[in-house]
Design a protein around this ligand. Structure first.
Ligand code: GLU
Length: 513
């Protein structure tokens, strides 16, 4: 059956060994985009066969992160589906049966070598590898009589099952991004597929068996798994599944922002960006690692940013909805070369998406920030908060930046910027501001359109310096000489509050010497 006729079924197969890394999120995203584009299915499989590395909370974290980002799952532990269970630790019987199939077919064998015996061999033979050149000198079912093997097993001796790899073969991996990669089977060792000690398969066996049974059509995963692919090809063949083996897609690495080497958590700590989607509380060490969500990123800004790390739509379009990403995604435009993790670009995406958010939604996100900053959000109407946020959103990368930028809309100045006072508050300014109060007092319509011409005309009639007067005005209202258009500010603050602030300024600002 050719790949094109086949129903697209992809899987994201994380191991719950800690928080999902941002590279894993990108892998999940590309799987999701590919599935949706082809009207296929997205599977979430939990690969928890390595009991040593299992971390409590990691599976919930994965679910929560994917849900936050809008990466939908069709089949999985929580969603169910026709090929479950979707958690490998619940599939022991299936793996046991498949290990037996390989043993019966002579494609795998049982090995009793203890860790000490293996260490001794490594010391004896330089570059020791358990393979065709050494296996006949080891303690395994190829070198021992069947009765002895059966007896050891009956006695409860620990053993592993190893894959028997024939030397002298060219193994070809066809990767839809990289093309054909061929290696010699001689370089592969007889990989452990199953361990009797915990009655669990290793990653390789479980991964292959599940991809086959779950009818996975494309294995889309990180480049770090490319070295496992030849072994996987041989396993499909050993099971007789070569015809329906999934196509491989190994995604480019995420590189450090300066491009040298693989992105690590340390880069994030060093340069100040999260490498995890959500904040992670390490259950053992108690350490907290920052997450995109808690750092104030909008989920779709993260999705859009990640989508372009290793793929491009073929033109310079950057801002794309999830549906546009689904429509445009293509493996042909995925790169082989690693993608630099340009985290500043991530901020730009967040800034851009904040501009597109309706002011009411921005206000809803801002309210908890206000409360956390000691500004009682319930003292202001939703409309007021929305207008204040809307006026300042062009200046922010994160919702939390509004706390500083928009503070003056909620709290009258408690102090005045010293530099601005020095520059703008000359000896005659208190009197001029007093006159301004009279002008404003007589004005009932405080809209920007109505007030602005009145004030400007007064300045002109009096022959005052426009910049000096407007900046002094701003200083009393805002506390410093920056912010949005002055008459937009006064429109929102209203007459009473504006006058109160000017009068407080006249009283409290000490003219510069
Ligand atoms: N469990 C592997 C991981 O943690 C899956 C690799 C694969 O997708 O085959 O990434």
């Amino acid at each position: 059956m050719s790949q094109t006729e086949r129903e697209v079924r992809v899987r994201f197969a994380p191991s719950p060994t800690g928080p999902l890394h941002i590279g894993g999120v990108r892998t999940a995203l590309y799987n999701y985009l590919f599935a949706r584009q082809h009207g296929g299915k997205m599977i979430l499989r939990i690969e928890d066969t390595d009991s040593q590395r299992f971390v409590p909370g990691a599976e919930d974290y994965i679910n929560e992160a994917l849900a936050w980002l809008g990466i939908g799952i069709d089949e999985g532990v929580r969603e169910g589906g026709p090929y479950g269970p979707y958690k490998q630790s619940e599939r022991r019987d299936i793996y046991r049966e498949h290990v037996k199939m390989l043993l019966d077919a002579g494609k795998a064998y049982i090995a009793f070598d203890t860790p000490e015996e293996l260490d001794a061999k490594r010391a004896e033979i330089p570059n020791f590898q358990y393979d065709a050149s050494t296996r006949m000198a080891m303690r395994n079912s190829l070198t021992m009589p069947k009765e002895e093997v059966d007896k050891l097993i009956a006695d409860g001796e620990k053993y592993v099952v190893r894959f028997r790899i024939d030397p002298g073969r060219d193994v070809a991996v066809d990767d839809l991004i990289r093309g054909r990669v061929t290696i010699k089977s001689d370089i592969l060792d007889d990989k452990v597929l199953y361990k009797s000690a915990d009655d669990l398969p290793t990653y390789h066996l479980a991964n292959i068996v599940d991809d086959h049974l779950m009818k996975v059509s494309h294995v889309i995963r990180g480049e770090e798994w490319l070295p496992s692919a030849p072994l996987h090809v041989l396993l499909y063949e050993a099971f007789g599944w070569a015809d329906t083996a999934p196509a491989f897609v190994h995604l480019p690495l995420l590189l450090k922002p300066d491009g040298k080497g693989k992105l690590s958590k340390r880069d994030g700590d060093r340069l100040g960006f999260p490498v995890f989607p959500l904040e992670w509380h390490d259950p053992k060490s108690g350490d907290i690692s920052s997450g995109y969500r808690e750092s104030g990123y909008l989920p779709h800004a993260v999705v859009n940013f990640l989508a372009l790390l290793g793929w491009n739509p073929g033109d310079d379009t950057e801002i794309m909805t999830m549906q546009e990403l689904i429509d445009k995604f293509s493996l042909d435009h995925c790169s082989k070369a690693g993608a630099k993790f340009a985290f500043e670009k991530g901020k730009w995406f967040n800034h851009t998406y904040l501009q597109m958010l309706p002011d009411e939604e921005l206000a809803a996100l801002f309210k908890p920030v206000m409360d956390a900053e000691g500004i009682d959000s319930s003292a202001f109407s939703d409309e007021y908060i929305a207008k204040a946020a809307g006026m300042l959103k062009s200046r922010i990368n994160f919702v939390r930046d509004l706390a500083e930028q928009a503070r003056f809309f909620f709290v009258a100045p408690e102090s005045y910027d010293a530099k601005a006072v020095k520059k703008r508050w000359s000896a005659e300014m208190p009197a001029i501001m007093g006159e301004l109060c009279e002008v404003l007092e007589s004005q009932d319509d405080f809209s920007c359109a109505a007030l602005e011409p009145v004030v400007l005309k007064w300045i002109e009639d009096k022959g005052y310096h426009l910049g000096n007067v407007m900046n002094a005005f701003r200083l009393t209202v805002v506390g410093e000489c920056k912010g949005p258009h002055m008459f937009d500010i006064t429109e929102l603050l209203g007459k009473e509050e504006t006058l109160r602030r000017i009068r407080a300024g006249i009283e409290r600002i000490q003219p510069a010497e």
